[in-house]
Structures are given as C-alpha cells and as structure tokens.
Ligand binder design. Structure first.
Ligand code: AFP
Length: 385
C-alpha cells in the first residue's frame, strides 16, 4: 500500500516537474526562471542536486574504463571510502555513542590509545580483509603487519593507515581524520607464509594511491591516484562521496605557517632561523607579515594548506635526539607528501624529498616540511647552508 502511494506521489511530482520545465523553456524571462529555482518541489531539488554529480564510484569506474586505475585498486579505494563513512558515523556520535575517552592502553609508539583509535582500526581491518584485493595491512595502532586471514583470497596491494589521526582532538570536538597509503605487494615468488614487515618498506615514490578522510564540519575524502588530487564531499543524506574539488592545487606562495611553537627551544638552528624570520614579518628579511595556524591534527592542517596554501612543519627536535621527528613516515608523511606533490606543492624532511626516503621500519618517524613550494624550498635551503 505504502509503495503504491509513493509511486503515485512520484508520478505526480514528475509530471509537475515536466510542466515546470516546459513553462521555463517557453517563458525565457529571468524573473520567472529565478522564481522557479527558488520554489522547487522536493523532487525537483533532489533531481537538480543529483543529476549532474559525479560520485566517487562513478569517478573510479571512469578511471578504470580509461585504463588509468586497475579494477582491483578501484575496489580497494571504494572499500576504504566505505570504512571512512563508518568511522565518520562513529566519530559524529561523540558522547552519545559512548566512544569518547581512552582505552587505558598504549600503541607501539607508547601513545595512549583512544577508544575511537581502536574502533577505527577495527573498522578498517574488517572492511578490507575479505575482499581479495590486499596482501596485507599495517597501521599506527598495530605493532606488526596484519595478516589477511587464511580463509580469504589475497590480492596484490598493501594498505597502510593511520586510522584516526589527531585523536587527541576527539574529546574536544575538533577535526580528526584517517590517512591511508596504497603500495603494491612485492612479488613473493610463490612463498605462502606470513607477510613480513619488509614487504611494506618501500619509498613513498612507490605509492599507487594515497588519501585522507577529514571528519570536520563537512566530511571529505581527498584522493590521489597519481594524476592530480580530487576532493569528494560526503552527502550524508545519500551516503555517498561526491566530487566537489576536481583539481586541487596548492598555491606556490603563502603567508601562513603551521608549527607547534611551544617546541621552539628544542628545534635545530635552520628551523629557528626560518621561524624567526617569519615572525619578523614586514620588518624582517622576508618583507611580509605571516599568520600562524596549528590544529594539531595533521589531516586538518594539511587540508587547510591544500585549500588556501601554507607551510606545515613538524621538525626533528632535541627532546628525543634518536628520533628524527614526531610524525610517522609510512602512514602520515608519505601519503600526505604524495597528495601535496600531486597538488603542485613540495615535501621534504629539511634535507631531501620525503618520498625518496627508504624506510627502515614500519613505524619510522620523520621530520616534515610540506606545502607551498616557495616556503618549503626556503626552509629546506636553510638546512644545507
Ligand atoms: P595524535 O593522533 O596523537 O593526536 O597526534 C597527532 C599528530 O600525529 C599529528 O596529526 C599532528 O600534526 C601532531 O601529532 C601534533 O603534535 P603536537 O601535539 O606535538 O602539536
């Protein structure tokens, strides 16, 4: 009964829409056109919103059709995107979902794990383990590589991720995100045993895809498959990511920088010099006033830089001299560097291009300078003077 009523209702709306379109074509008057736009029926609004849109699925299918993206990789990205929607759902529940606060455990880096860190990790593992597109996974939240259970087929890719970046922001309701990187699994010459860590230790230049989801005022998926950077916004009513930023570019110049200034006394000389010059503004050697922003979630800081330019810095410092920085190479710096470079920006560790670094361990750390070309090149130059 309900479906009959609905289909009748739809027919009436469709007829009404047809009549309005005809009237619009015949009228030609601007004011009539405008009044039509403002007084759209729900169906008209729905159709005008959805008909010309490119969903993530459609984008990926078109990529496969033009032979730019193998079908297996397309499937992998779709599954990751689906997992990000599930994480977004959990994050948005906040206190109502009972998901805030700590687990009372630590990850391999000795950082306190939030409930949502662990939940997001589980969501990504479960979503990706059964599809047959992966040979293994690795995550910030797990000491060792994750083995695809024997009951599932294995594929040719490796997925590396930070399930919930910036998770210390969760309890204060500030943007967080998921960062991921896709690599090809090296040929194992028929070897059947567990996949070792060495399979993952490939430089960032070997990435075939990278992206992040940002859970903020809007939820977005930013993706590169190696031919530019695309931004998709989550339409929460339809449950799909819609292409909203077709060609994201980082402006070459900027007057905005991002760094945790409270660590200033621990920095190395080139970083001290550079930030000191930024702070001198118009009166200093750079002859320009700079503004500063620091969200303390890499996803949010990088997203701002992709949107309006800037330089993001997390340099190495003297607090833990044996560690070359705070951020992780494989699942933070490499995917973000791939995205930034594909958007026309630059990413270094102060001395060399981050994507050229040969990783030595899964959870290796690295100093990061990324964003607008002019500023990243300037601070990198100071390191070699
Ligand atoms: P959490 O995931 O522990 O919040 O760390 C976030 C992060 O790895 C990165 O996303 C931020 O840019 C950076 O750490 C912030 O570090 P500080 O708290 O030292 O500013």
């Amino acid at each position: 009964m309900l479906s009959v009523t609905l289909s009748f209702f739809n027919k009436v709306l469709a007829q009404d829409l047809g009549n309005k379109c005809k009237a619009l074509q015949q009228s030609g008057s601007q004011s009539v056109k405008l009044s039509r736009i403002f007084f759209l029926t729900p169906l008209e609004r729905f159709m005008s919103r959805t008909s010309s849109r490119t969903s993530l699925s459609r984008f990926l299918i078109e990529q496969t059709r033009s032979h730019q993206t193998p079908a297996e990789l397309r499937f992998l990205i779709e599954v990751v995107a689906r997992a990000c929607k599930m994480i977004n759902h959990q994050v948005s529940k906040g206190a109502l979902g009972g998901v805030l606060g700590s687990m009372g455990t630590e990850n391999v880096q000795g950082e306190v794990q939030k409930k949502l860190d662990v939940l997001s990790n589980e969501i990504l593992l479960e979503a990706n383990e059964w599809g047959g597109h992966l040979a293994g996974m690795a995550s910030e939240e797990m000491d060792n590589a994750y083995q695809i259970p024997g009951k599932y087929p294995k594929g040719s890719y490796l997925l590396v991720f930070d399930p919930l970046d910036g998770s210390s922001n969760i309890d204060v309701n500030v943007s967080v995100g998921t960062i991921f990187s896709v690599l090809r699994c090296p040929d194992r010459n028929g070897e059947e045993g567990d996949l070792g860590e060495e399979a993952f230790l490939q430089p960032g230049t070997e990435q075939v895809a990278a992206g992040y989801a940002i859970y903020g005022p809007q939820t977005m998926l930013v993706l590169t498959l190696g031919n530019g950077v695309k931004g998709f916004t989550l339409d929460t009513e339809m449950g799909s990511f819609i292409l909203t930023n077709d060609d994201i570019r980082v402006p070459e110049t900027t007057a905005e920088f991002a760094i945790n200034m409270s660590n200033q006394r621990h920095w190395e000389a080139p970083v001290k010099r550079y930030v000191d010059e930024l702070l001198q503004g118009k009166e200093g050697p750079l002859e320009k006033d700079y503004n500063m922003r620091w969200v303390a979630a890499m996803v949010a800081d990088v997203h701002r830089i992709l949107t309006r330019g800037g330089i993001f810095m997390y340099p190495r410092d003297s607090r833990e001299p044996e560690k070359p920085g705070k951020l992780r190479l494989m699942y933070e710096a490499n995917p973000m560097s791939f995205i930034i470079e594909q958007a026309g920006g630059v990413s270094t560790n102060g001395y060399q291009r981050i994507m050229d670094i040969q990783p030595e361990s899964l959870h290796e750390r690295v100093a990061v300078f990324l964003g607008s070309k002019e500023e990243v090149e300037r601070v990198t130059g100071y390191h070699s003077e």
